[in-house]
Write a protein that binds this ligand. Sequence first.
Ligand code: NDP
Ligand code: 8X3
Length: 265
Amino acid sequence: MRKIVFITGATAGFGEACAYKFAANGYDLILNGRRTDRLQTLADALEKKYNVAVLQLPFDVQNEKAVFESIQNMPADWKAIDVLINNAGLALGRDYFEEGNVSDWNTMIDTNVKGFLYVAKAVSQLMVARNASSLRQAHGPTGHIINMGSVAGKEVYEKGNVYCASKFAVNAISEGMRIDMLRHNIKVTSINPGAAETEFSVVRFKGDEGTAKKIYDGLKPLTAGDVAEVIYFCVSLPPHVCINDLTITCIQQANGIFFNRDIKS
Ligand code: NDP
Ligand code: 8X3
């Protein structure tokens, strides 16, 4: 039976690693991001290597109209989405609150909270519509939504203020979705990674690669592949089992605040 995964933020980091992991396991893929050149390169590579079908769906998750229109206008045979990986997001800046940049705050809230909500709503509506089919119900859950949280959504750290708030919001929305999706037989899993070396810190520090690298000083951080493995594990469990909330860090990180940077593991 055909399986479809929809991944936002697939042009880098966790999203790209998930695209490879799910393609390797036979999923057809709907891939989103803003950088269309990267989407094209990724789609070509996945189609060639794994013989899967890829639908490129470029949009900015901040653009409400683009999100809803793009998802509603997908070809009908792509609307039977099994898994949503609601991953697109970013941090911008790491400043004391009173020195924070309001434009950075707006972008983080518009992307990590509002964009995240638009995608979750548009895709969950499609999953709920499928739930009306008794044929699908006979095959177990009618959808699995993976929301990308963070350790930053579990504890607030110094200079994390608004980014942490956006991930606390993801956490609260995941809890709410999980309750409201119960009656639709849809799983909701919140994944909360700690430090992982992707493009995340380069974006956060606006291209300052030196500062971005310092974040991982003395650490062997998570890789995007580590996170993709865990996400795939959550999705591949039996139909009646749901991991609701999962925090994953490297061995040198206890939570959003405490690290042991002395050991090179
Ligand atoms: P990357 O910067 O490597 O990737 C971010 C992805 O999000 C890119 O594909 C980017 O694509 C996409 N994206 C960003 N803004 C938008 C937008 N407005 N519309 C559509 N796509 C967008 O970071 P990560 O892979 O590390 O981060 C992915 C998620 O994981 C984020 O939500 C982040 O907050 C979270 N996270 C990251 C951790 C880390 O330490 N790396 C730890 C915990 C959570 P494009 O630019 O092409 O649009
Ligand atoms: C990304 C992890 O610790 O930089 O969400 O906030 S952290």
